[in-house]
Design a protein around this ligand. Sequence first.
Ligand code: UTP
Length: 287
Amino acid sequence: MVDIRKAVFPAAGFGTRFLPATKAIPKEMLPLVDKPLIQYVVEEAKSSGLQEIIIVTGMGKTAIEDHFDTSFELEKLLQERGKYELLKMIEEVSGMVHFAYTRQKKPLGLGHAISITRNLINNEPFSVFLGDDIIDSRVPAMKQMIGVYKKYSTSVLAVQKVPRSDARLYGIIKGKKVAPNVYRVLDLVEKPKGTPPSNLAIIGRYILTPGIFNALEVTRPGAGGEIQLTDALKILIQTEEIYACEFEGARYDAGDKLGFLKANVSLALKRPDIRADFVKFLKGLKL
Ligand code: UTP
């Protein structure tokens, strides 16, 4: 079994559900309390043992690179003003892990964004994180998935039960339960129009074998005219087994307005520095 070392972060989408906020600011840089979305997900990758992060960027996404870069002027200023706590925090962000960036020239879909990392991945299994799925869990969600990967040595998808009425918004799997919280995937469908095959929705974390790159090469544009990862997985499953891990944890779709608000409130309530005042404020709301 080959260890998972690399993480791909596709971040080249336009974030249309969050316009106008995302017109000039990447969705990934919207803050939850005081950290941009993407930092939460990078922290999850790091605490799952991943050392190399490949971010797929596109037009207007340079703020992501700046965020994880060193900022000489800012660090010098904090040093001069004796703000050592803040300095430490800023240094930690830039020193987190090793970052590489590649650019998707046209937003042709999530599958396409992953396909352009082929040369950087170099024929080994790898992980994928979608920056707007924020997962708050005791054990990092990707770490839970790596546990499943270690058992089956093949692709693993993160899944979560959703109300059947919401299935049309997700990629949905048809699975056979093989262990508590683990399914062997029998079929998948992206945004089902009719009756969904189950209520197990694919969430934005994946472990993929390099076989996905050949599958992506022959994947034609699907839902929304985009090259969909789910369609490539449907091709991959014809030659390789795929498993799904129903992870433990609360998941927020922070790329959606309501999901973003829920994530902000829940995470703020977990912050010892603001919790007491925030609870007082919430209790005072005449709802
Ligand atoms: P989404 O479906 O959330 O698209 O993409 P989006 O553009 O980010 O947001 P909305 O739906 O328009 O509001 C899922 C993930 O795939 C990436 C996105 O950045 C996001 O992390 N993606 C999507 C790309 O990197 N390239 C693409 O061409 C499409």
